[in-house]
Design a protein around this ligand. Structure first.
Ligand SMILES: Nc1ncnc2c1ncn2[C@@H]1O[C@H](COP(=O)(O)OP(=O)(O)O)[C@@H](O)[C@H]1O
Ligand SMILES: [Mg+2]
Length: 241
């Protein structure tokens, strides 16, 4: 990995450089052992030497996203990491976001390819690369083709409606899957829906999402006395019926 890529993602590294302390040992991401076990069990752990970051392709409130190449196959992927300065609790939340993604298996919900924990103090979340960017960008770019005006002819109107219906139905089916698995996204927006090269849309950004099942369970817990392990059996590997 190149030095400028490390600098872009690791605040400790820049401190080291500014003060001439290049010998400072590399700060590793600290991850609770049960999260580590779950990631390892699902074979989601990826070594930093297998990732080559390319351009930065997006930024949200918390994260920065890069186009990257993965492993020997050099498969193009997207890598999301934390931006700016962050504290351990934000790192923990970020790892939890990756764990949620690792459980999702649906065509219209962003799944997880892997997580890299040895690139620095923030994890890298590796996911499918969505070549057509966010739905927000698409809607802005295609504004002239999707706005229906008085003078729009009938054929064009039909095409516009078809395109919008495809977008809506893909997002609705992703949301149905999340709801069936008791997840509330809490930040559904065009900027958090991504479009791949074949115009498949995936809902992404689970930073604010909540597992309602887990929350209900914790609420029930005081009265029912159920055990945590047994009650938290959310089978998200199943497609909704
Ligand atoms: N898989 C992806 N492929 C291509 N670009 C992406 C991908 N995921 C996110 N992006 C880009 O990065 C931006 C921020 O990603 P997001 O997950 O929403 O981060 P945040 O949690 O900071 O809001 C998106 O709006 C989009 O432009
Ligand atoms: Mg976002």
């Amino acid at each position: 990995m190149l030095m400028h890529q490390l600098l872009a993602t690791n605040p400790y590294m820049s401190t080291g450089l500014n003060t001439g302390l290049l010998q400072v040992p590399w700060p590793r991401t600290r991850v609770p052992s049960h999260h580590m076990r779950e990631l390892a069990r699902g074979k989601f752990l990826v070594k930093s030497e297998d990732i080559t970051l390319l351009d930065s392709i997006g930024e949200g409130e918390f994260g920065v996203v890069y186009k990257a190449r993965l492993g020997l196959s050099k498969r193009v992927v997207a890598v999301k990491t934390l931006k700016g300065e962050f504290v351990q609790v934000e790192v923990d939340k970020f790892v939890e976001e990756s764990l949620k993604m690792s459980r999702f298996k649906h065509a219209h919900v962003m799944g997880l390819i892997g997580v890299c924990l040895d690139a620095g103090s923030a994890p890298y979340i590796i996911m499918p690369y969505m070549a057509n960017g966010s739905l927000l960008k698409y809607l802005k770019r295609e504004r002239n083709n999707i706005v229906v005006l008085d003078e729009t002819d009938e054929d064009e109107l039909g095409e516009v409606r078809k395109r919008l219906m495809v977008i809506c139905s893909q997002i609705a089916s992703g949301m149905e899957y999340l709801a069936a698995n008791k997840y509330v996204h809490r930040d559904l927006a065009a900027r958090n829906c991504m479009i791949d090269a074949h115009f498949v849309i995936k809902i992404t950004d689970f930073g604010l999402s909540e597992d309602v099942f887990e929350r209900n369970y914790f609420r029930q817990d005081s009265s029912s006395g159920e055990s945590g392990e047994a009650a938290h059996q959310v089978d998200v590997s199943r497609e909704p019926q």
